[in-house]
Design a protein around this ligand. Structure first.
Ligand SMILES: [Zn+2]
Length: 329
């Protein structure tokens, strides 16, 4: 028996269909959500902020020409008219889905580019995947009865598909993550991605890593004697691990876990992390435990396990096997 997935956004979005959207359909869907929030059951407050997040996603998405082929009667000209010109993606070179500008201090700076940070609720954003995650999290709560099987896993898989198509040829994130509360608040996020390094002077990756660390850093982390570059995975692997901030958990944890007011609340936070390889193999949403999506789930790394405990979460709620009972074999 196929999994009965919940419909998203007031029943308007069938996640199986959204999973296989073309780039044009994704662009049209995002635009329609912004234009007609009431239809999608989205509260009317914060409409301006939502529009602003959407504009940032649009500005940074790939504008490679072949993506504009008309499909299913959709008018190409409409997209050119309703969307900004992609200048945020194209300029300054190399093309990438990261908000950036030439660094006037180069060559005495770390890199020839620097980030343009857009702030929302005190958190800085500059990369398309994280802006798309923020946009999705701003659309209201999950449908009633949402679980990993019937909503959060398919939603994360849709988020990953949309990210990849919007990024086009940019460097794809390795992990997509979603963190949620039992009350239905959720936030998707991605590991570092959307960037291009060829032609950038200095170390652009160091700039990106440093900025992502800024999203998750806290006095608690410093008190525990960890830093951006001294982390549980780095200690365990004698230097080959990852710095704090690079994981897909970075923004979801910052928005959903770190903001919990009590330990009890944090103990009711759940999450999943999905390796992005499924995008190349599962062209339709595959709900089977033996399929590429369920098999692509990964446990939180040692850095993320530490962050979950630091913020009073329950690591077992983030394990890949959590919530799999009853899914089709
Ligand atoms: Zn991690």
């Amino acid at each position: 028996m196929a999994e009965q997935l919940l419909r998203w956004l007031n029943g308007q979005v069938d996640l199986r269909i959204a999973y296989s959207f073309t780039l044009d359909e994704i662009v049209a869907c995002l635009q329609d959500i912004v234009n007609r929030p009431g239809v999608y059951g989205i509260p009317s407050q914060c409409a301006e902020i939502r529009m602003s997040i959407h504009q940032n996603v649009t500005r940074l998405r790939s504008v490679i020409r072949q993506h504009y082929k008309a499909k299913r009667g959709v008018d190409i000209a409409d997209f050119y008219n309703s969307c900004p010109d992609g200048s945020g993606y194209l300029i300054p070179p190399p093309s990438q889905s990261i908000a950036r500008e030439a660094n006037p201090h180069w060559p005495s700076a770390v890199a020839s580019l620097r980030l343009i940070k857009w702030k929302h609720e005190g958190i800085a954003y500059w990369a398309l995947p994280d802006l798309l995650g923020l946009f999705m999290s701003s659309l209201g709560s999950a449908p009633t009865g949402a679980t990993k099987r019937n909503f959060y896993l398919p939603l994360t898989a849709v988020f990953g598909q949309w990210c990849m198509k919007l990024l086009g040829e940019g460097k794809w994130p390795a992990i997509f993550q979603c963190t949620w509360t039992e009350a239905g608040e959720y936030c998707p996020g991605a590991s570092r991605g959307g960037f291009a390094t060829r032609g950038v002077g200095g170390s652009w990756l160091a700039v990106l890593d440093r900025a992502r660390y800024g999203v998750i850093r806290s006095p608690l982390l410093t008190l525990a004697n960890w830093s951006q570059t001294w982390t549980p995975t780095i200690r365990a692997s004698r230097g080959r691990g990852t710095p704090f901030g690079r994981c897909g958990e970075t923004y979801p944890f910052r928005r959903v876990l770190v903001t919990c007011r009590t330990g009890e609340e944090a103990g009711r936070v759940h999450g999943l992390a999905l390796s992005s390889r499924y995008v190349n193999f599962a062209h339709l949403y595959d709900d089977r435990l033996s399929g590429f999506i369920w098999r692509g789930l990964v446990d939180p790394c040692a850095n993320c396990q530490f962050l979950i405990r630091l913020h009073n979460g329950d690591v077992t709620h983030f394990n890949k096997a959590d919530g799999r009972e009853g899914a089709p074999p």
